[in-house]
Design a protein around this ligand. Sequence first.
Ligand code: OGA
Ligand code: MN
Length: 291
Amino acid sequence: MAKYGVCVYRNTGLDDAAHIKFSQRIGELDTMRRYMIDGRKPRYGFYELFDAGNIDDQGGVLDPNSPRAQYGKGNALFHVDSSFNPRRASFSLLRAVEIPPPGNGGNTDFADSRTAWDDLDPALQRELLEKDYTVHHSIAQSRKLGSPEFFKDLDPTNAGRMARHKLIQVHEPSGRRNIYIAAHSHHIEGIPKEESDALIKKLLDHVTRENNTISVEWKQPSDMIIWDNRCTLHKANGGSFEGKYRRDLRRTTVHDDSSTAWGLNEVEDDTEKWVVNHAATKAAGMTKVQG
Ligand code: OGA
Ligand code: MN
């Protein structure tokens, strides 16, 4: 994992409980508890499982125009999991339960933010090291970018607290520098908004340019992909399966335990109390799915 950042494990045979148990051997898991307000229960019975699929409440295929699907569109943009949380995520473990028939899309794509740093223009590298920028991350930002019309009234600057993380970091397991940026990146601290927007776009385009990405096909149920959110970005691919075939993917998420896990955010001992960005989930009329 330290070397490649993304590893694909075919046909693991894991079920929900084994998936969770295996993940717990890697580190402390994030849970869905703080999203389960108003008496909601996790879709698959385990608070440790984040739902990345398109299954509706009746077990059918989610309507692509439904609020939940609009919310999910943010995951089709390159992002890292949990950069909008005070404590970011290290590993995500995503497992297929049911996948669409071959040829209907639904791959997951990855980009390596360390090779992106290595390939960056040396003048820009020097500038970024010198400035040592801090980026503010918000789940509302990626929801808005993913579905601008649906979320037109959602204002990330007025949608709850943003999380602050350094832009250029050292990935501790490999010792390599990387660019910690994501679709959740709202602005860079201390510079004019236009300059910040332009730099975020430039860096995101650079990290996710075609020759720095791979596309992974899901081949059978129980395939699992593990990635390190501290050195890679990922995104969901749409396709002709949408609105037609079930794509049931479930994810566990490991809390980062590296020295920059909390970025510049206050360390809180009770993660269940983290304020979820309810402005985003409320705008979608739901509170139980996240990116
Ligand atoms: C995730 C995610 C991508 C996909 O689970 O964090 O972004 O292909 N999933 O569903
Ligand atoms: Mn994700």
